[in-house]
Design a protein around this ligand. Structure first.
Ligand code: ARG
Ligand code: ZN
Length: 493
C-alpha cells in the first residue's frame, strides 16, 4: 500500500516539475487540462530484488529532450521502436476512441517515463501486460511502471485513450497543429508539435519509429495514412477498418491520417516507385492535372539527391483551405485552395517531394535547424525548375536574393515563427552560396552523401558544415557564421 502511495506521489511530482519545464517553452499551454492520476488495481507484480529494498533504482525519464526552442517536446530515457495506433473516428461527435500500443527501448534503467499527449483522456495504461499508475497534466503523461524498466529491453506500453482531439498552438503561428476536423472529414498536419494532439508520443524528430495505423470509420468515408494500405475490411455494422503500415523510420510530426470522401489513384514512376494518392471526389480531376509532373520530379531529384528514400510516395488533398502544403512522410498533404487544375503548383509539388530526402529521411536535430528542411526544399524547387526548362539555379538564386534583405538568420529564426521567409529563401541561398564556395564537384557529392549518411536519423547545421568541410577540405566557419547565423544577408558570390 505504502509503495503504491509513494509511487503515485512521485508520479505527480514529475508532473509538477514538468509544468515548470513546459511553461518555459513557447508552446501555448492555455488549454492544458488539470492533472489527473490513477492507482492501478492490486496485482501480483513481479518485483525485482533490488526494488524490495525500497529505494529508487532507476532514473525518472526526462520530460523533454531539451530542444532549444521547445524544451518540453519529447522525453528522455528511451527510444520508441514502433507505434501501433488503433483509432475509431466518430464524426457525429468529433471524437476518437483509441488504443496506442508502443514498443520502446529504455536507454537507461527507468523508474518512470513520460509520453507527450495533450487534450485527450487517458483511461488506462498497461506496461508489459500489467496496468500501472499514470498521471496526466498538460502535454505530459507520466507513467510509473510497477517494476524497473531495464536499459536495452523492449517494453510494451499500451495506452487506452479518447475524446475530442484539439489542435495545438505553437508560438505566433496562426495555424494550429495536430488533428483537425471539418464536419465528417479529419486530417492531420502536425509540424512541429501536433502529434501529441492525437496519440501518446515521444514527440521530437530525434526519436523516429515505425508506424501502423488501424483506422475505423463509418463506411461512407475513406482513409489514407503514411505508408501502404495492407487491408480494408467491413466490420459488418456500417463501419470500415483501414490498415496502413509505414515501415520506414518516421518522425512523429510527419505521421498523418486523412479521412474523407476520397478517390484513390495509383501510378508508377519509370524507376518503379509506387505513387498512390487520395483526393476529395470533387477535386479529383483538378488534382490529376496539378500533380501530373510528380514522376518526372522523382527522376530529376534522384539524379541530384540519390535514390528516393521511402517505400512509396503520393499526395492527399484535405477538403479544407489550409494555405499551405506539408511534407507528411510518403504522403504530402495539400490544402484544397492550392488545387485549381491549372497546373500551376509545380514549385510546391517539387518542394514537398524534396522534403522526403531533406527533412524526412534526414530530420532536423532540433527545431532551430528548421532551415535544413526548408532551405533545402527551396533549393530543390530551383533544381526542378532548372531540370524542366525553367530558369537556371543561378538565375533563381539571384531573383530571390534581390527580393528582400532577409535580416533574420535562417539558422536561428526563433521559436515564435518557425516558418518565416528567411528560413525558406535565405536558407535556399545558403546552399547556392555554398555551391559557389566549395565548387560544384564537392557540392554535387554533398547532397546525396548527406542523405546517405544521415538518412533514418537526424542531423544538425554543425553536421552539414563538417560534411562540407570533409568534402572540400576547406574551413567553412566564416561562411556558416555569415550565411546561416549572420544578422545581414551577405552579397551573392
Ligand atoms: N513544412 C511545410 C512546408 O514548407 C510548411 C508547414 C507550415 N506549417 C505551419 N504550421 N505554418 O512545406
Ligand atoms: Zn517546406
Amino acid at each position: 500500500m505504502e509503495r503504491t502511495f509513494s509511487r503515485r506521489w512521485r508520479a505527480l511530482g514529475a508532473c509538477a516539475l514538468l509544468i515548470a519545464a513546459c511553461a518555459s517553452s513557447d508552446l501555448d499551454l492555455d488549454e492544458r487540462s488539470g492533472a489527473t492520476s490513477t492507482t492501478p488495481p492490486p496485482s501480483e507484480s513481479t518485483v525485482s530484488p533490488s526494488e524490495t529494498a525500497g529505494t529508487p533504482q532507476g532514473a525518472m525519464g526526462a520530460d523533454g529532450v531539451g530542444d532549444p526552442y521547445y524544451p518540453g517536446l519529447g522525453n528522455g530515457g528511451y527510444d520508441v521502436a514502433t507505434y501501433d495506433l488503433d483509432i475509431e473516428w466518430m464524426p457525429d461527435t468529433g471524437t476518437v476512441d483509441a488504443t496506442a500500443a508502443i514498443v520502446l527501448v529504455p536507454t537507461e534503467d527507468l523508474d518512470t517515463f513520460n509520453l507527450d499527449l495533450e487534450g485527450l483522456d487517458v483511461e488506462r495504461v498497461v506496461v508489459d501486460g500489467e496496468e500501472v499508475v499514470h498521471a496526466h497534466a498538460g502535454r505530459e503523461l507520466t507513467i510509473d511502471p510497477a517494476a524497473l524498466l531495464v536499459a536495452g529491453d523492449d517494453v510494451e506500453v499500451v495506452v487506452d485513450y479518447g475524446g475530442e482531439p484539439t489542435p495545438i498552438r505553437v508560438g505566433t503561428d496562426v495555424f494550429r497543429v495536430g488533428w483537425h476536423t471539418d464536419g465528417r472529414d479529419a486530417y492531420v498536419v502536425s509540424e512541429p508539435a501536433g502529434a501529441a494532439s492525437w496519440f501518446p508520443a515521444n514527440d521530437h524528430p530525434t526519436d523516429k519509429a515505425r508506424f501502423r495505423f488501424v483506422v475505423t470509420v463509418p463506411s461512407d468515408l475513406g482513409v489514407i495514412a503514411n505508408g501502404l494500405q495492407t487491408s480494408m475490411s467491413d466490420t459488418g455494422d456500417g463501419r470500415t477498418t483501414f490498415v496502413y503500415e509505414a515501415s520506414d523510420l518516421m518522425a512523429t510530426y510527419l505521421a498523418s491520417v486523412v479521412i474523407g470522401d476520397l478517390v484513390f489513384v495509383e501510378e508508377s514512376t519509370a524507376s518503379g516507385l509506387l505513387l498512390r494518392s487520395a483526393y476529395p471526389r470533387r477535386l479529383a480531376d483538378a488534382a490529376a492535372t496539378d500533380f501530373a509532373d510528380t514522376a518526372a520530379m522523382v527522376e530529376v531529384f534522384e539524379r541530384s539527391f540519390g535514390p528516393y528514400p521511402f517505400e512509396t510516395y503520393g499526395h492527399v488533398v484535405a477538403d479544407e483551405v489550409l494555405g499551405f502544403a506539408l511534407e507528411n512522410q510518403t504522403l504530402s498533404i495539400f490544402g484544397s485552395d492550392l488545387v485549381t487544375g491549372r497546373g500551376a503548383i509545380d514549385a510546391i509539388v517539387a518542394h514537398e517531394l524534396a522534403h522526403q530526402w531533406f527533412g524526412n529521411a534526414v530530420s532536423p536535430a532540433t527545431w532551430m535547424d528548421i532551415w535544413l528542411n526548408e532551405g533545402f526544399a527551396t533549393y530543390a524547387e530551383w533544381v526542378w525548375a532548372a531540370g524542366s526548362d525553367g530558369p537556371t539555379i543561378a538565375e533563381s538564386a539571384a531573383a530571390v536574393h534581390a527580393r528582400a534583405d532577409f535580416g533574420v538568420p535562417p539558422g536561428d529564426p526563433g521559436p515564435e515563427e518557425l516558418f518565416q521567409a528567411t528560413v525558406y529563401l535565405r536558407g535556399g541561398l545558403v546552399l547556392y552560396a555554398l555551391s559557389q564556395e566549395i565548387g560544384h564537384d564537392a557540392f554535387d557529392r554533398l547532397l546525396p552523401l548527406w542523405v546517405e549518411r544521415f538518412g533514418g536519423s537526424a542531423a544538425s547545421t554543425a553536421d552539414l558544415r563538417a560534411l562540407a568541410e570533409e568534402l572540400s577540405g576547406q574551413d567553412l566557419e566564416a561562411f556558416f557564421d555569415a550565411w546561416v547565423y549572420g544578422a545581414t544577408l551577405p552579397p551573392l558570390p
